[in-house]
Design a protein around this ligand. Structure first.
Ligand SMILES: Cc1cc2nc3c(=O)[nH]c(=O)nc-3n(C[C@H](O)[C@H](O)[C@H](O)COP(=O)(O)O)c2cc1C
Length: 341
C-alpha cells in the first residue's frame, strides 16, 4: 500500500510530505479506518528499564516533536512511542529547507534544529491523548541557552515531563544545536548526569513514581569515548542508553549531490556505524543497562542485527519514510524469529 503512495509523497518537498503524511494518518485514524490499512503486530512483550513493552519496535524521536500524533502513530502497532525533542521554550528551528532525501542511498539529511512548540504545549498534547502505552519524552536545550547552562534546560524539561512520561530520553547528541555534542565529553557528562540523577531521585520521592532516564548518544564517537560514556552511565545508575542519533559523516553517500547539505545523516548509510556503537557499548556494559538500538533499520533483518549486536529494543525513523508502516510488523516478526532460533 505504502509503495503505491510513496511516489506521490516523494513529489513534494520532504518537510511538506512529512506534514501531509502525518495529517492524513491522523485523519484516517480519527475516521476509525486505520485497521483497514495496517496489520497490528503480534505482541512479543519485553521488560526493559522496569517497563513492559508490548513489542520491541519503537518510534524514534523527532518525527512527532510536539506529541501531536500520539494516538494515530500508536495505532500503527509500535511497542513504544518517543516524542520530542522538546525544549523548555518554543523555537522555530533552522531556516528551511532543512530536510533532504537521498533516495539512491535510502538516507535522509536533516538540520531541523529542534523546531518545537515548547514543553508546555507538548504536555497538553500528552494529556489529550488516549494512548496508555509506553511513551518516551525526549528533552533537549534551547538553541540560545549557553552550553554552560545546558543542565538548567534539561532540569526544567525533566521536572515538567516527569509525571507524563514512561521514560525520559536525554538528547545530547543532535548535531544541529551548536556545541550540544560537547555534553558527551567526560567532565561535562559527569556533571550533567550528577544533576539529572539527583533530580530524578527527588522527583521519584515527590511523586511516588520512578521514571527511567535514557541517554541518547551520537554515532560519531571513538572506542575510548564510548567506553567513558558507558562507565559514566553505570556510575550514575542511568537506566538506559539510546544508540544512536544521526551522523555527521558521509560514508557511502560521497557520490550524491545532497551529501553536501549540512546536518545529520540517517537511514541506510548510518546502519553499520550505529550497529558498531551498539556492539561496543554492549561489550562494556555487559548487560548492566539496556541499549535501545536505532539507526538505519530498513528491514526486519536490520532490526534483528541490532538485537544481535546487544540492543534490547529498537527504534525506527528513516525506515518509515522509505518503507512505510509495514516495516513495524516486519521488524517485530524478524526479532521474534531471531530470538526463537
Ligand atoms: C528529520 C529528523 C528529525 C530528527 N529529530 C530528532 C530529535 O528531535 N531528537 C532526537 O533525539 N533524534 C532526532 N532524530 C534522530 C532519530 O531519532 C534517529 O536517532 C536517527 O534518525 C537514526 O535512525 P533512523 O536511521 O531510523 O532514522 C531525527 C531524525 C530525522 C531524520
Amino acid at each position: 500500500m505504502y509503495s503505491l503512495i510513496r511516489p506521490l509523497l516523494f513529489s513534494f518537498n520532504p518537510e511538506t510530505a512529512h506534514h501531509i503524511t502525518l495529517d492524513a494518518l491522523q485523519f484516517v485514524y480519527r475516521l476509525g479506518l486505520l485497521p483497514l490499512f495496517v496489520k497490528h503486530p503480534v505482541d512479543n512483550p519485553h521488560k526493559v528499564m522496569g517497563l513492559t513493552f508490548p513489542n520491541s519496535v519503537g518510534l524514534a524521536a523527532g518525527l512527532d516533536k510536539n506529541g501531536d500524533y500520539i494516538d494515530a502513530l500508536a495505532a500503527l502497532g509500535f511497542g513504544f512511542i518517543e516524542i520530542g525533542t522538546v525544549t523548555p521554550r518554543a523555537q522555530e528551528g533552522n531556516p528551511k529547507p532543512r530536510l533532504f532525501r537521498l533516495p539512491e542511498a535510502q538516507g535522509i539529511i536533516n538540520r531541523m534544529g529542534f523546531n518545537n512548540h515548547g514543553v508546555d504545549a507538548l504536555i497538553e498534547n500528552v494529556k489529550r491523548a488516549n494512548y496508555r502505552g509506553i511513551l518516551g519524552i525526549n528533552i533537549g536545550k534551547n538553541f540560545d541557552t549557553p552550553i554552560e547552562h545546558a543542565a538548567a534546560d534539561y532540569l526544567i524539561g525533566l521536572r515538567r515531563v516527569y509525571t507524563h512520561a514512561s521514560y525520559v530520553a536525554i538528547n545530547i547528541s543532535s548535531p544541529n544545536t551548536k556545541n550540544l555534542r560537547q555534553l558527551q565529553g567526560s567532565d561535562e557528562l559527569d556533571a550533567l548526569l550528577t544533576q539529572l540523577k539527583a533530580e530524578q531521585e527527588k522527583l521519584a520521592d515527590l511523586h511516588g513514581k520512578y521514571v527511567p532516564l535514557a541517554l541518547k548518544i551520537a554515532p560519531d564517537l571513538d572506542s575510548e569515548q564510548i567506553r567513558q560514556i558507558a562507565t559514566l552511565l553505570q556510575r550514575h545508575r542511568i537506566d538506559g542508553v539510546i544508540a544512536t542519533n544521526t551522523t555527521l559523516t558521509r560514508t557511502g553517500v560521497e557520490h550524491l549531490a545532497q551529501q553536501t547539505e549540512t546536518g545529520g545523516l540517517s537511514g541506510a548509510p548510518l546502519r553499520d556505524r550505529s550497529t558498531a556503537v551498539i556492539r561496543e557499548l554492549a561489550t562494556v556494559l555487559q548487560g548492566s543497562l539496556p541499549i535501545i538500538g536505532v539507526g538505519g533499520i530498513l528491514s526486519g533483518k536490520d532490526a534483528a542485527e541490532k538485537i544481535h549486536a546487544g540492543a534490547a529494543l529498537i527504534q525506527i525513523y528513516s525506515g518509515l519514510i522509505y518503507r512505510g508502516p509495514e516495516l513495524i510488523n516486519e521488524c517485530v516478526k524478524a526479532i521474534g524469529n531471531s530470538q526463537r532460533s
